[in-house]
Design a protein around this ligand. Sequence first.
Ligand code: ADP
Length: 255
Amino acid sequence: MILLDSVTKTYPGDSEPALDHVSLHIEPNEFAFLVGKSGAGKSTLMKMITKEESPDSGKIIIGGIDLDYVKKRHIPGYRRRLGVVFQDFKLLPRRTVYENVAFALEIAGMSGKEIRRTVPKVLELVDLLDQAKKFPDQLSGGQQQRVSIARSVARQPKILIADEPTANLDKLTTQEIIGLLKKINDFGTTILVTTHNEGIVNNLQKRVITLKNGKIVNDQKANGIYKLDETPAPKTPVRKVQTPGHALRPRKVIQ
Ligand code: ADP
C-alpha cells in the first residue's frame, strides 16, 4: 500500500540527508505511527508520499502507483486519491462545515446529487451533523480537526496520512481524534500518523516506526511503544557462556 525502497533525499544546501536509504512497507489496512525527534525526517517522508518533494534516489509506490510516473500535471489528481490531514486543519474560513466537505467533493468531480447524499453521511461519521451550518471559527479545535478529517475521508481514500494531527489539541480532544482515526482504520483505510504524543502511541498499541537522522532505527510491527533513542536489537543475541573444559565460546540464545 505504502512502499518506499531505499529512498534518499538531501535538500539543496544541506550537508546531511533528510532521508537516508529509507525502506518501508505499510500493508493495506495497517495503522502505523511515525515518530522521531524534530528534524528526524518525518515531514520529509510525508512529503515524499504526497509528492510535495521528490527523492534523489529510491522508489516510492503508493496504492500501486509508482510516483516516478506521476507527471506534474497529474499531481493534484494523485493527491485527491489520498486523504491528507494537517495539524492546522486548513479549512476554508468563509465556508460552512457542510460546504467545506462538499467543496472537496466538487473539486474531485462528484455530481451535486452524490455530494448531497455523501456529505451528511460523512458528517455523521465524525459526529458533526448538528454543526453543519457553522463556520470554522465557531467551532472548537477538535471540531475543526473533525471537519478536516471528514473532508479527507469523504472521497473514501484507501490511504490517509496525518502529519501531527493532534499537535494543537488538548488531551481529551486528542483522544477523540485518535479514536476517530482508529474508526476510519477499522473501516479499511490504511493510516500513517506522525506524532510527538507518547501517550497516544503507547495506548493504541499499533505499529511504531522510529526515524532518527533520516534513518529508520526501529520498526515495531505491533504493540509498539514510543521510544526515540533505542537502536534496533540484534536479531539473534549472542551470549558468552562458560562451558567446563572448553574455551569461552559464543552460543546462540534461543528465544
Ligand atoms: P521532522 O519532520 O522529523 O521534524 P523534517 O523532515 O522537517 O523533520 O527535516 C529533516 C531534515 O531536513 C532536517 O535536518 C531539516 O533541517 C531538513 N529540511 C527540512 N525541510 C527542508 C528544506 N525545505 N530545506 C532545507 N532543509 C530542510
